[in-house]
Every structure is written in structure tokens, then in C-alpha cells.
Design a protein around this ligand. Structure first.
Ligand code: SDX
Length: 432
């Protein structure tokens, strides 16, 4: 979009007056354009953690943290979770519009027919220890993918960018499912083109060659909804990692591997695994006050996993849908009175009435309830973040494609506030 500024900000210091253009977006806060600040004023801005920094222009996802609103290309996440399905959401994120029936009929088989991995990649898995965390495996396999699909690594060729995008969206369920199978010593199950995206993933995870495995439609619908809820989320840490890697011209497979690595952290995508482990450690509702006290204790590094968010200062809309889905799926699966769900709901109730959490606007985020559903489906906690990565692959790719296609994009290269030693000369060891 061509940005036009109707107003500006004045920065006055050291007898300088610098005019900085202000741009108004379609949604969200105005932005102050500081791109010429260093050249004009010989100063940097300082914003570790980028709490007040817009890193790019984007038209893909919008978050209103105060309202607790999340839009994919303008469509509210709760409507998409209820009425759409993941491959339709992939189309929306990649191309900007909901597909017509004909466009969807063309898109789905393009994904379905790319779900198999190069047969040599199966040997790559065998280089890992059986007890390797599935995130270490999918991060390695994803990075290695660039050595198998050389014909779609030229980022300057739009057709190769498209092929690489479809390949990664299609293959990530196979990559993640095979990481799970490898970790439990079971044989790899090949993808099946007669199954929808979520059912195919579940089949590759839970089928065994020894007997028929029929995917439960309730579970498949819940899985598909979890994919939709995790698909994209503006300029979060892993998406920013993908954009920064892509800004150097790195091939798309390497950029997504970088995103997987960043997502693994417990402050980010690793929180779903950490949240369920925390709920299990709490165990019963009578132990909740002890953990609330620890979360508030500045001398204790413990935090309530699945709580708080850099942007949401209200309920994470995904957590709301996830909570409703947890109730529904557990009920339909006959898992009544799930103790972990009881602890989660009571922990949420207590935390949201505690001044510490209220003052800091800390609410449950997407990771607070997702683990309960994934656990009920039968996944080990170690598979929670790989499932997050699987779903987020389309968001990373959509953001990467948007950046590559932006004629103004250049390599990301932040500066610093240097507080190290000033200039000094080398001294020989005998003089130190
Ligand atoms: C995801 O960015 C995205 O969009 C990410 C994501 C996506 O879809 O890509 O939404 C996915 O990563 C969700 C977040 C998952 N992480 C967790 O659930 C881990 C637990 N949450 C926290 O670590 C924390 O809330 C963050 C990392 C999510 C956000 O941290 P910020 O924005 O840097 O906030 P902060 O650390 O400055 O906290 C502000 C205050 C601090 O207290 P004071 O110093 O002001 O006294 O709130 C406190 C914090 O100590 N606080 C918490 C807390 N989170 C913040 N206290 C207890 N428990 C928590 N979970």
C-alpha cells in the first residue's frame, strides 16, 4: 500500500527539529516513520523487545489487544473457527480472499498431492536418538528440506516461491507425524490423499500397519479448529524471525526452520507444553493458591504458563474458542470431570479475580487450554509445540511471501545502545 502522511511528529533536541511523518493504518495505532531519523539526527531509537515498534507493513492479520480481537484478512477468528476449515483459511491467508468453490477445488488437491516426503528423508530421521524432542527433529528435517527440493529455492522466481509454499504446508503434517512415530518406535505411516488435512495428520500419528484406524470426526474437527486458531498472529517472535531470515535472501525452507526454532521457546510456542505440565504439577484445585503466590513472587522465576501476552490485554480470543472446544471435545469423547480441565478453569477463575493479574491485564492465552484438548486426543506434551509449528507454517509463509513481494523491503539490520568498553589499545600478556 502506498503510505501517505497527513500529519507529522516533531522531535526537538540539541537545537535540532526533525519532522517525522505519521501514517494512519486501516486498523490500529498510527505509526511514526523514523526511517530517516539516523541520517537526519544522528540518533537511534531504543526499543528492546520491540514493545512500541512496527517492523513492517502487513495486510494479513490484525490484533486488537484491548478488545481481544484477532482478524485474518479482516475475518474474526471466532467466525473462521466455527464456519471455515483449515485449508480454506490457508487460502485466505496466502491469497487475501476466501476462495470460491472452484478455487478451493483447485487448491485442496494441490496441497494433498504434495504431502509425501522424499523417501531419502526417512533416513534423516534415523540419525536422531529415539528420545529426541520432536521439535529438534522437525527443526532439523525442515532445514534439510532445502537440500531435497532445490527446484523451489529461488526466492526471486514467483513460481518457485509458490511451489515451496505449497510443499511446506502440505509436508509439515507428515514431518511432524513422523517425528512422533519415530519417538515412540513405531513405523512411519504414509499420507493418504482420500483424507482431509486434519484427518490425514491424525491418521499418520495414530494408525499402525497392523490394523485399520478410523479417524473420529469429532477429533478431526477439533484438530482442524486448533490448526485454524494457530495459523497466524501478526509479527510475533517466530514470524519476525522468519521475516528477518527471509530479508537476507535465505531459501524458504531455511526461513521456516528458523521460525520453528524460535517458536520452541517456553515464552512463545513452547508454552502449551509448559502449561499442561504446570496444570499436571498443580494436580488439584486446593494447590492452586500456592502456585498463584509463586507466580506473583518476584524472587521466584515461576510464571503461570498459558497466561499473559505482549499484545492481548484482554481475553485472547483463541483461548475463548479453545476453552469452548475443550468442553465440547471432552464431553463428546466421554472424558467427564477431567481433573486437568477442572484445575485450569479454577486457576483461571482465581487468577482473574486477583489484583496482581488484573492490574497487569494478564489473561489466559492460546496456550492455556490447547494442551487439554491435545492431551485428550492422545498426544504427548512433547507433540504440542510441533502441532503449533505445523499450524503456524501457513502464517509464516504468508508473511514471508508478503515481505519478499514488498518492493521496499531490505535486509533487517537493527543497531544497538553500546555500553561496552571505549577504545583502548592491546596490551601484551606480561603487562596485564
Ligand atoms: C504465544 O506474540 C504472540 O503473538 C505469541 C503467540 C502467537 O500466536 O504467536 O500469541 C503465542 O507465544 C502466547 C504466549 C505464550 N507464553 C506464555 O504463556 C508464557 C507465560 N507468559 C509470559 O512469559 C508473558 O506473559 C509473555 C512472554 C507472554 C509476555 O511477556 P511481556 O509482554 O514481555 O510482559 P512482561 O514480561 O513485561 O510482564 C508484564 C508484567 C511483569 O510483572 P511486573 O514486572 O510488571 O511486576 O506481568 C508479569 C511480569 O512479571 N507477568 C506474569 C506473567 N506474564 C507476565 N506474571 C505471572 N505469570 C505470567 N504468565
Amino acid at each position: 500500500m502506498v503510505l501517505d502522511s497527513k500529519k507529522s511528529a516533531q522531535l526537538n533536541f540539541d537545537d535540532q527539529e526533525i519532522d517525522l511523518p505519521i501514517f494512519s493504518p486501516n486498523l490500529g495505532p498510527d505509526v511514526v516513520d523514523i526511517r530517516k531519523l539516523y541520517a537526519q539526527g544522528d540518533v537511534f531509537t531504543y526499543d528492546p523487545g520491540f514493545t512500541s515498534t512496527a517492523s513492517c507493513e502487513s495486510a494479513i492479520t490484525f490484533i486488537d489487544g484491548d478488545k481481544g480481537e484477532l482478524l485474518y484478512r479482516g475475518y474474526p477468528i471466532d467466525q473462521l473457527a466455527e464456519k471455515s476449515h483449515f485449508l480454506e483459511v490457508c487460502y485466505l491467508l496466502l491469497y487475501g480472499e476466501l476462495p470460491t468453490a472452484a478455487q478451493l477445488d483447485e487448491f485442496v488437491p494441490r496441497v494433498t498431492r504434495h504431502t509425501m516426503l522424499h523417501e531419502q528423508m526417512a533416513y534423516f530421521y534415523r540419525g536422531f536418538r529415539r528420545d529426541a524432542h520432536p521439535m529438534s527433529i522437525i527443526c532439523g528435517v525442515q532445514g534439510a528440506m532445502s537440500s531435497f527440493y532445490h527446484d523451489s529455492t529461488d526466492i526471486n522466481d514467483p513460481w518457485q516461491r509458490e511451489v515451496a509454499s505449497i510443499r511446506m504446508i502440505a509436508k509439515m503434517p507428515t514431518v511432524a507425524a513422523w517425528a512422533y512415530k519415530y519417538s515412540i518406535g513405531q513405523p512411519f505411516i504414509y499420507p493418504r490423499n482420500d483424507l482431509d488435512y486434519a484427518s490425514n495428520f491424525l491418521h499418520m500419528c495414530f494408525a499402525v500397519p497392523a490394523e485399520e484406524y478410523n479417524v473420529d470426526p469429532i477429533v478431526s474437527r477439533a484438530m482442524d479448529r486448533i490448526f485454524t486458531l494457530h495459523a497466524d498472529h501478526e509479527q510475533n517472535a517466530s514470524t519476525s524471525t522468519v521475516r528477518l531470515a527471509g530479508s537476507s535472501g535465505a531459501n524458504p525452507f531455511a526461513c521456516i526452520a528458523a521460525g520453528i526454532a524460535c517458536l520452541w521457546g517456553p515464552a512463545h510456542g513452547g508454552a502449551n507444553e509448559a502449561a499442561l505440565n504446570m496444570l499436571r504439577e498443580i494436580g488439584t484445585v486446593d494447590r492452586i493458591p500456592e502456585y498463584i503466590a509463586r507466580a506473583k513472587d518476584k524472587d521466584d522465576p515461576f510464571r503461570l504458563m498459558g497466561f499473559g501476552h505482549r499484545v492481548y490485554k484482554n481475553f485472547d480470543p483463541r483461548a475463548k474458542v479453545m476453552k469452548e472446544s475443550a468442553d465440547e471435545v471432552l464431553g463428546l469423547l466421554g472424558i467427564e470431570d477431567n481433573p486437568t480441565l477442572q484445575v485450569a478453569m479454577e486457576l483461571e477463575r482465581i487468577a482473574l479475580s486477583d489484583p496482581y493479574f488484573i492490574e497487569r491485564k494478564l489473561y489466559p492465552n492460546v496456550d492455556f487450554y490447547s494442551g487439554i484438548i491435545l492431551d485428550a486426543i492422545g498426544f504427548p506434551t512433547s507433540m504440542f509445540t510441533p502441532i503449533f509449528a505445523l499450524a503456524r507454517t501457513v502464517g509464516w509463509i504468508a508473511q514471508w511471501k508478503e515481505m519478499i513481494a514488498d518492493p521496499t523491503q531490505k535486509i533487517g539490520r537493527p543497531r544497538q545502545l553500546y555500553t561496552g568498553a571505549k577504545h583502548r589499545n592491546y596490551t601484551d600478556v606480561e603487562n596485564r
